[in-house]
Design a protein around this ligand. Structure first.
Ligand code: NI
Length: 129
């Protein structure tokens, strides 16, 4: 499941179907790539670590659940069907009281825990599903 699957040329990519293939949390899976950007699905619950991405913005699109994106001076609440773009360099910390299923859009190679030291939350990159 970690290598890029050979995609059917005219095959739709279905979020629900992809989400049904795994249950682990905090482990983003790549479901598509557009130029240098990857579209990932991830399930999260609980608190993440404060981090930032000096080189890139990061897009969050919530599919299920309620996500809170914490910033040092405010928070943004996202429900299913809502999205937010975290500007590059901005410190942020996702939080979900109950499980959230969401999409992430970011350049290939971006580490989920950002520019700071790796932690237990640091996920392996380029895992396709
Ligand atoms: Ni981030």
């Amino acid at each position: 499941m970690s290598d890029k699957p050979s995609l059917e040329k005219y095959q739709a990519i279905n979020f629900s179907q992809k989400l049904s293939l795994f249950s682990e949390q905090w482990a983003p899976k790549v479901i598509a790539q557009m130029n240098d950007y990857q579209i990932k699905i991830v399930k999260i619950q609980g608190d993440f670590s404060w981090h930032q991405h000096a080189q890139t913005d990061e897009t969050f699109i919530v599919l299920e659940g309620l996500l809170r994106l914490d910033f040092r001076d405010a928070s943004v609440h996202l429900a299913a069907g809502e999205m937010y773009v975290v500007p590059k360099g901005g410190e942020h910390k996702p939080f979900a009281a109950n499980e959230v299923k969401m999409l992430l859009i970011e350049p290939q190679g971006v580490l989920n825990t950002g520019d700071s030291a790796q932690s237990e939350r640091t996920a392996i990159n380029d895992v396709w599903i």
